[in-house]
Design a protein around this ligand. Structure first.
Ligand code: UGA
Length: 444
């Protein structure tokens, strides 16, 4: 099938590559010509396992093309994905200008019926707006006989496993009540439904809310565990034991109940804000969602509070080693990362930071390269030179095996603050380290 994808960010690029890989003919379009030049050579614009190989293979096979020309994409794709950004407005609502302008652009050029598939995360009612705008544009062109079908097809991929998630989706949500569009989507996704049917059909508005509901539910689980971790800590209880104890109930499960230094990334914080905004707009007081956000805001300050409590003299002049800059492992993305909240707070207190991340060093240099109170270290262990304490912000595998004697010798205050509960508190206490996790009993 001929498919076009507008937007070659996380969602658009991965979607385009995966659709090409199952045999569709895909054109991916973006306004950023530097990015398109690189993509044509198979160089991915994001760090994502498996993506480079997928690009190379499908470009070589002639199934995947990149362009800056919207007209080529509109002429090519019977099905056209809209996967452009929906950044937050000042008031938390999602900014739809890119989605709507792409929709208008498509309607302004199409000469045959087209199906517009909204992949971007968009608030309830967006498909209705896209439908109205495309109709108006077509009518203004005297193309009253042409149809622009609008499908809401939210994406559930996770950064760090985007290719795997997109290639083997656990569900495919199709929001459209139009039989022609539904049939096209069934054909498009048939290769993903071979073993069993993963598609659920519903109306556009329900599909739009499914996406927010999923992210809000996951964020709620995390904030719930973070609140319980604070309680556990004050009771001298081990939250890790509690986590295992509740996770074994299949109704609860083990996923997304890891306490930590707060959730980040480009999705949860933004989507929660947008959902809160939608609720308020519709006269519903989003009490739970607001609390989930507030708990997370506090959680991102927790590492600093824990650190300050250990240095009554203040943090000015201290040197703090930070392991993990990305908002989670297997990505170089630092958007809304807990590490940023920590480092910015440390700098405000007059401390220096020595940081390392297995993938996010370039990104960190891009954001904070101008600071002279930040040292970006070549290795994990280089951060420990002349450091007073170590703080862990991301649970990279490369941080799990550590020589604790070495840590004790190097860290002046022998202090490890672990925002991801990577270690066994007894083991660190035996090695002579002060180890403070999230919701863990303090062992001397
Ligand atoms: C999230 C969703 O998981 C995807 O399904 C969704 O498609 C995506 O948002 C999106 O809307 O595009 P992502 O932002 O890549 O994916 O990251 P997650 O793996 O969900 O992690 C989010 C944050 O929660 C991270 O900061 C992570 O460290 C934190 N987290 C996760 C916890 O603190 N505890 C947990 O138990 C799990």
């Amino acid at each position: 099938m001929e498919v076009s994808v507008f937007g070659s960010g996380y969602v658009g690029l991965v979607q385009a590559a995966v659709l090409a890989d199952v045999g569709h003919q895909v054109i991916c379009v973006d306004i950023d010509d530097r990015k398109i030049v690189q993509l044509r050579q198979g160089i991915p614009s994001i760090h994502e396992p498996g993506l480079a190989a997928l690009l190379e293979e499908n470009i070589k096979a002639g199934r995947l093309h990149f362009t800056t020309q919207a007209s080529d994409a509109v002429a090519h794709g019977k099905v056209i994905f809209i996967a452009v950004g929906t950044p937050p407005n000042e008031d938390g609502s999602a900014d739809l200008q890119h989605v709507l302008s792409v929709a208008r652009q498509i309607a302004g050029m199409m000469e045959q019926d087209r199906t517009l598939v909204i992949k971007s995360t968009v608030p309830v009612g967006t498909a209705d707006k896209v439908r109205m705008e495309t109709r108006a544009t077509l009518d203004a062109r005297d193309k009253t006989h042409l149809n622009a079908y609008v499908v809401s097809n939210p994406e559930f991929l996770k950064e760090g496993s985007a290719v795997a998630d997109c290639s083997r989706p656990d569900r495919i949500i199709i929001g459209s009540q139009d039989p022609i569009a539904q049939a096209q989507m069934a054909e498009l996704y048939a290769p993903f439904n071979r073993n069993h049917e993963r598609t659920t059909y519903m109306d556009n508005r329900s599909a739009e809310l499914v996406k927010y509901a999923a992210n809000a539910m996951l964020a709620t689980r995390i904030s719930f565990m973070n609140e319980l971790a604070s309680l556990a800590e004050s009771l001298g209880v081990d939250i890790e034991a509690v986590r295992k104890g509740i996770g074994s109930d299949p109704r609860i499960g083990y996923h997304f109940i890891y306490p930590g230094c707060g959730f980040g990334g480009s999705c949860f914080p933004k989507d929660l804000k947008a959902l809160i905004h939608t609720a308020e707009e519709n006269g519903i007081e989003p009490r739970l969602l607001r609390t989930v956000t507030r708990i997370n805001d506090d959680q991102r300050q927790l590492l600093l509070h824990k650190l300050k409590a250990q240095f009554p003299e203040g943090l000015a002049g201290k040197s703090i080693a930070v392991w993990g800059l990305a908002f989670k492992p297997n990505t170089d993305d630092m958007r809304e990362a807990p590490s940023r909240y920590l480092m910015e707070a440390l700098w405000a207190e007059g401390a220096r930071v020595r940081a390392f991340d297995p993938e996010a060093m370039t990104e960190c240099r891009r954001i904070y390269g101008y600071r002279n109170d930040l040292e970006l270290c070549a290795t994990r262990d280089d951060t420990l030179q002349d450091a007073d304490a170590l703080v862990i912000c991301t649970e990279w595998k490369a941080f799990r095996v550590v020589d604790f004697d070495e840590l004790r010798k190097k860290l002046r205050a022998r202090l490890v603050i672990d925002g991801r509960n990577l270690f066994n508190p007894q083991q660190l206490a035996r090695a002579g380290l002060h180890y403070i996790g999230i919701g863990l009993p303090y062992i001397r």
